[in-house]
Design a protein around this ligand. Structure first.
Ligand SMILES: O=C(O)CCC(=O)C(=O)O
Length: 263
């Protein structure tokens, strides 16, 4: 695997940014993809998307319309970015010295997809312990209220894990979580293509439908967890994922090999 530094922009954090993340439960990083990185990532992600997905279909579930998993198996730029890009350094600051990559997917809300995605914590879709897993979103398009940008409730991570009934079967069938929350403190997260934000596994967020006529809202979704993180919904077995920094107490994590990109 070659690492092309012209594709990504490193983002060393200031102390103020680290404090802000701890207080607010999220942090906007600014630009992390160069123009070349953005172009290549879009091309490769769209090739994978078009091979599997059609237009938005209101009869289909959110999963079917909006999600394509394990995208690092299909795009070598995503693979480099996920395992060796600037987000790994950021994760080290918020997760610690031992880190594994636990999710890579496209979460696209293409034009016409007017389905909202309700309030939730990412740890609601598969609780990982310890509770410091980091979600990262990298925008492949400009995102705002019109095309279904993310909304976040700053500081909401401080309330901890909210227990919801959401089984593996619910997830597989595309049933989404819709928490009832006081959304008066919520803020829209505007992003420019090539920018990223990161947030805590307990931070409440949602998105509305894409109401625009001609703008897609494409996002690359990557998560990083402590190398010892276990799936509490699965007998506290370790979550498998490529070890990126440090080591794990679980041999199966230390030796875990992800499928390489087969594009
Ligand atoms: O795609 C969206 O708009 C929401 C995605 C999201 O919140 C998630 O996958 O956790």
């Amino acid at each position: 695997m070659t690492h092309n530094n012209n594709l990504f922009i490193n983002r060393p954090l200031t102390e103020q940014q680290v404090c802000s993340y701890k207080e607010q439960g999220f942090l906007a990083l600014g630009r992390v993809l160069s123009n070349d990185g953005l172009t290549q990532m879009r091309e490769q992600c769209m090739a994978a998307w078009k091979a599997e997905k059609g237009r938005f279909d209101s009869e289909k579930t959110w999963l079917q319309n909006a999600l394509l998993g394990n995208i690092h198996h299909r795009s070598d730029v995503v693979l480099q970015y996920y395992f060796n890009g600037p987000l790994v350094d950021i994760a080290e600051q918020f997760v610690g010295p031992n880190i594994k990559g636990v999710t890579s997917q496209l979460t696209f809300k293409m034009r016409g997809n007017n389905k909202p995605f309700g309030w939730h914590q990412d740890n609601g879709y598969g609780e990982l312990d310890p509770y410091n897993t980091l979600t990262t979103l990298t925008a492949l398009d400009d995102a705002d209220e019109e095309n279904g940008c993310l909304w976040i409730i700053p500081g909401s991570h401080k309330q901890g894990q909210i227990n919801v009934e959401h089984s593996i079967a619910d997830k597989a069938s595309g049933k989404s979580i819709e928490l009832e929350v006081d959304e008066s403190p919520a803020i829209p997260v505007h992003m420019k293509a090539g920018e990223a934000i990161v947030f805590h596994c307990w931070t409440l967020h949602k998105s509305d439908g894409n109401r625009s006529k001609n703008r897609d809202r494409r996002i690359l979704f990557l998560r990083y967890a402590d190398a010892d993180a276990v799936e509490t919904y699965n007998g506290d077995n370790p979550r498998l994922g490529r070890l990126l920094r440090g080591q794990s107490k679980y041999p199966q994590v230390n030796s875990y090999e992800t499928n390489l990109c087969v594009r």
